[in-house]
Design a protein around this ligand. Structure first.
Ligand SMILES: O=C(O)[C@H]1O[C@H](OP(=O)(O)OP(=O)(O)OC[C@H]2O[C@@H](n3ccc(=O)[nH]c3=O)[C@H](O)[C@@H]2O)[C@H](O)[C@@H](O)[C@@H]1O
Length: 261
């Protein structure tokens, strides 16, 4: 299971090299080691819903086009999918890419919106909430970590063995890609309302135009493929998942003051 990456859509404008380094060069390094291993492992790795880019057909299906990435981050994840194709084709590596949809929950990434919104609401700081042109809603198919873990296990359990040995392909091997989302997009402003209720604090909302730095307006997963292949079925709605996150956040950081650290 390969989850290491430079994640985050907007940071790619600040530090593009880190995306190339981790998501492309790092992934190739890993595949080079795996292709020569004996036996070769089967690999399940993290792609991203961001590969759908400017695709407007919803919900996003694995069959939809992914040739219009809106950020360098998305482009490097899409490159990973093409690189996976090459190593599968030449060396017989079994590869499964999982397109995660805005994963959240305890022990999550502090750079993600739900996480720093929580921190800023508790500190009384304002939070920037993006909206699209003509006051258009920005929404995400937020997916709870426990559902993602179940999807990862399902992908691992159903991955067929790699077929190569000694750096040579012996037979065709698995090459798969699955959406792992929640299938119910929620507007970012609703996410903030849920956090306000859970934290019992009114947020200082700063509504801003969606910056032109790689964000897409909307994500929504079609998960029928993962359901068919390994019974993937998310069960946590955003309200329930954020409740668990907030409980963790408060117990981890202890108090508002400590959350400054
Ligand atoms: O689904 C995915 O593939 C991606 O999900 C997230 O990307 P994103 O959905 O942009 O997650 P956040 O950065 O947490 O943003 C969530 C929502 O809040 C909005 N947002 C973000 C930041 C902000 O200051 N204000 C704001 O309204 C964004 O436009 C977005 O709609 C992860 O950061 C990516 O690593 C991952 O690949």
């Amino acid at each position: 299971m390969h989850l290491a990456a430079q994640a985050g859509v907007r940071y790619a404008m600040e530090n593009p090299g880190s995306y190339v380094h981790s998501n492309i060069a790092g992934f190739v390094n890993l595949l080079e080691v795996c292709k020569s291993a004996n036996p070769q492992p089967a690999i399940v790795w993290a792609s991203s819903s961001s590969v759908y880019g400017l695709n407007t057909k919803v919900p996003f299906s694995e069959k939809d086009r992914t040739d219009q990435p809106a950020s360098l981050y998305a482009a490097t994840k899409k490159a990973g999918e093409e690189i996976a194709h090459t190593y599968n084709h030449i060396y017989g590596l079994s590869l499964t890419g999982l397109r995660f949809f805005t994963v959240y929950g305890p022990w999550g990434r502090p750079d993600m919106a739900y996480f720093f919104f929580t921190r800023n609401i508790l500190k009384g700081k304002s939070i920037p909430i993006f909206e699209a042109a003509n006051h258009g809603t920005v929404a995400r198919d937020f997916t709870y970590i426990d559902d993602i873990v179940k999807g990862c296990l399902g992908a691992l359990d159903t991955a067929e063995k790699s077929t190569g040995s000694g750096g040579k392909k012996r037979a065709p091997a698995h090459l798969r890609v699955f959406n792992l989302g929640n299938t119910s997009p929620v507007p970012v402003s609703d996410l903030v309302s849920i956090l306000e209720r859970l934290l019992k604090v009114t947020a200082k909302r700063l509504v801003m135009k969606l910056p032109r730095n790689g964000d897409v307006q909307f994500t929504h997963a079609n998960i029928s493929s993962a359901r068919r292949e390994f019974g993937y079925k998310p069960t946590t709605d955003l309200q329930t998942g954020l409740k668990k996150f907030v409980r963790w956040y408060v117990s981890y950081y202890g108090s508002v003051k400590k959350s400054d650290q």
